[in-house]
Design a protein around this ligand. Sequence first.
Ligand code: SF4
Ligand code: SF4
Length: 472
Amino acid sequence: MSSSYSEEELKQEYRNIPSTVAEGNVRKWIYPKKPSGSWHLRRSIVAYSLLGAFILLPFIKVNGNPFFLVNILERKFIFFGNIFWPQDIYLVVMAGLILIVFIILFTAVYGRVFCGWTCPQTILMEMVFRKIEYWIEGDFRQQQKLDQAPWDGKKIFKKGLKQFLFVAISLFMGHVVMAYLIGIDEVYTLVQSNPLDHAWGFLALIAFSATFYLVFAKVREIVCTVICPYGRLQGVLLNRDSMVVAYDNIRGEPRGKIKKGEDQGDKGDCVDCKLCVQVCPTGIDIRNGTQMECINCTACIDACNDVMEKVSRPKNLIRFDSLEGIENKKGFKFTARVLAYSLVLMVLTVVFGFLMTQRSEIQATVLRVPGQLFQKNDDGTIGNLYNIQLVNKTFEEKGVELRLISDFESGEITLIGEDNLVLPPQGTTEGVFFVRIPAEELSRMKTEIEIEVVSEGQIITAEKTTFISPSK
Ligand code: SF4
Ligand code: SF4
C-alpha cells in the first residue's frame, strides 16, 4: 500500500484504511444524512432519557447530601446516597469488574449496542451537537455546500451561531462533570466567586469544557473509530452468533439500480441507492460486512427500510441479526463463551452482594502504641496502651463506646481524655485507651483480645489485637 491512498484503494481497502481518511491521507469530514425512522425514534427516547438523568443526578440530594459524587481529590465517593471511602476501594474495584464483564457479555451477545445507544460520546454527538448542526446548517448536502461556499454574511452568521452554541453546551457539560467531582454546591460557589480565589477549580472547569468542545466540534467520530479502546476490542469480542447491525447479503446481492416498472430479474433486493452509507455517522458501508467502525446506531436500518418500502420489497434488508442468522437462518444460540461470561458475571455479582452486606458504617483500626510494652499498676493489673482510628462512613454524627471481649473474668477499657468517642459525619477521629487486666488472669506473654466498637447499642465492628504481659 502506498503512503498516499488513491480513490480506488480506499474503496477496496475498507478494512485497512479508516473510513475517515480521504485520498492523499487527509481527514475526510463525515457529513451524515439526517437520520429518521422508527429505530431513530427509539434511540432518541433512550438517549434523551439517559442524558436527562446524567444532567439531573448531581442536583439530587438525600437529606442534604449528594446522591452521586465522585470526589477523587478528597477520595470521597457517593453512589445512590451511600458514601464510600478509600477503605471501600475493593467494592469500587468489584463494581468496576462487574461492569467490564457485563459489557463484554453484552457485546458478545448484542455487538456494539452500548456504543450506539448508551455511550455519552454518541449521545452527545448524534443527539445534541449534530442536531444543532442540522438545525442551523440543514441536512448533509446543505452542510457540504455551506462549507464550500465563500464567506458571506449568511455563512458567518450560521457558522458563528453554531460555534456559539457548541461553546455554550461544552461549558454547560464542563460544569455538569465538575458537579459530579466536587458537588453542585461547590460548583455554585466556583461560578459566583473570583476565578483567582479558586484557580484550580476554575482551570479544571475550563479544561473539561475545552475537551467537550474539541471532541464534539472537531474530533467527533474518530473517538469511536480510532481512539476508544472498547471499539478496538470488537474483533475479539464478536463471533458469528453475535447480534449486530448487519446487511443480508444473501437477499441483497447482486445489488443493482432499478428503473421504475423494470423487472427485478436475478438482481438482489439492494438497489444500490447508497442511502445506508449516506446516513452512517462513521462513514462506512455496512454492505461490506461487520466492521469495527460500526457503532450499531441503526441509522442505516431506518434508511434502508424506507427504500425497501418505496420499491415494494420486504423491510429489514439491513437488520439486527447474526452472521449465522443471515447465512444459515439460525436464531440466537447460547454459546459456551456466553455461558462462561454469564457464570463469571453471576459469581462476581453474588460476591459483590455479600461484600456489601459485610460493609460496616464505621471502620475501626486498633493498634498497640509503638514503643510501649506494658505497665504494671498498683492495683495488680497489667495495662497496655492502644490507638484507635475510626472512620464514620455515614452522614450522621456517631457516638462510639469500646468494649473488651475476652475470656477474663475482669478487665476493662479506659479511654484517655474523654468518656466517649464522638465521630463527626463523614469524618474520622482518633483515640487512645488503656486495656487493664488483672495480672493473675494472664498466663502467657502474648494474649489475643478483641475490642468491640458499639454505637447506639449495636455492635458495629470487632477488632482483634494482642495484649502483652510480663513473663511468669
Ligand atoms: S453501519 Fe449502520 S449501524 Fe453501523 S454505524 Fe453506520 S449507520 Fe450506524
Ligand atoms: S439503503 Fe438498502 S437498498 Fe440502499 S444501498 Fe443500502 S442496502 Fe442497498
